[in-house]
Design a protein around this ligand. Structure first.
Ligand SMILES: NC(=O)c1ccc[n+]([C@@H]2O[C@H](COP(=O)([O-])OP(=O)(O)OC[C@H]3O[C@@H](n4cnc5c(N)ncnc54)[C@H](O)[C@@H]3O)[C@@H](O)[C@H]2O)c1
Length: 252
């Protein structure tokens, strides 16, 4: 019960890493605010996320400032404080720069980078009023390395890592720790969509597993474990930390 008394917002909480994180936070005693732009999946996840009095589900597109401000206002209204923000909402797009349209680039950056900016900006006043808080961004191994045909995604996760460092520097003295987790390949709906969209799904699945030294993709729960650590008081000396949790993808 490492998060008793804490209030946490998790974006992209309807499925995948965000869902596993919200469920784990709830099991550790937090009151959780689940935000996602997919209303149906959000409602289904929220129904399993703990006692109704400790869960708030809020449809929200993190790329839209007004929706983000309303999310944070609703969280403060309901629970009175915000201790943790997990900036998890994000997605990938297949393509080199030549294969990426301007609209695809703008939409991806709006979710993956601007969303982190908007959500962080919105929670900072509440965290400052309380005397502290923790923001955990979900970066990626591609914050550190290039991979083929994911130009916009790789650029966006590089920006998330850079923004993590910038915010860590700006807010450490206010007691607000800004950190990130950098997952390797994780078997989520996103991963399933990538595999299903390939002309050779079995071959791609084998290739994605082989990228990790341990020969398999990670689970959402393995990433949630790391996010829990970073968000908890056990990580009190982690400031600007970007924690690789990647089965040995980047070390090779
Ligand atoms: N799966 C992987 O291999 C992997 C690896 C490294 C990093 N990541 C990162 O982890 C995060 C979660 O990925 P996942 O694999 O769990 O994906 P997922 O597709 O399984 O879940 C992502 C959730 O985010 C929501 N979402 C997307 N855009 C949104 C927006 N603008 N506003 C609100 N909600 C939005 C989706 O509706 C979905 O419920 C992403 O930031 C992703 O880039 C994933």
């Amino acid at each position: 019960m490492r998060l008793v008394g804490k209030v946490a917002i998790v974006t992209g909480a309807a499925r995948g890493i965000g869902r596993a994180t919200a469920l784990r936070f709830s099991a550790e005693g937090a009151r959780v605010v689940l935000a996602d732009r997919d209303r149906e999946a959000l409602a289904a996840t929220a129904a399993t996320a703990g006692p109704a009095e400790a869960v708030l589900a809020r449809p929200c597109d993190v790329a839209r400032a007004a929706e983000v401000e309303a999310l944070v206002a609703a969280a403060v209204d309901r629970f009175g404080r915000i201790d943790i923000l997990v900036n998890n909402a994000g997605y990938g797009h297949r393509g080199t720069v030549e294969q990426t349209s301007e609209a695809e680039w703008d939409a991806l950056m709006a979710t993956n980078v601007k969303g982190v900016f908007l959500c962080s900006r919105a929670v900072l006043p509440a965290m400052r009023r309380q005397g502290g808080g923790t923001i955990v961004n979900v970066a990626s191994t591609v914050s550190f390395i290039g991979i083929p045909e994911r130009a916009a995604y790789v650029a966006s996760k590089g920006a998330v890592a850079a923004l993590t460092r910038a915010m860590a520097v700006d807010h450490a003295k206010e007691g607000i720790r800004v950190v990130a987790v950098a997952p390797g390949t994780v078997a989520t709906d996103y991963y399933d969509r990538v595999v299903a969209g390939s002309p050779d799904p079995d071959g791609l699945r084998r290739m994605l597993a082989a990228r990790q030294l341990i020969g398999r993709a990670g689970t959402p729960e393995e990433i949630a474990n790391a996010i829990l650590f970073l968000a908890s008081d056990e990580a009190s000396f982690c400031v600007g930390t970007i924690l690789l949790v990647d089965g040995g993808m980047v070390v090779q």
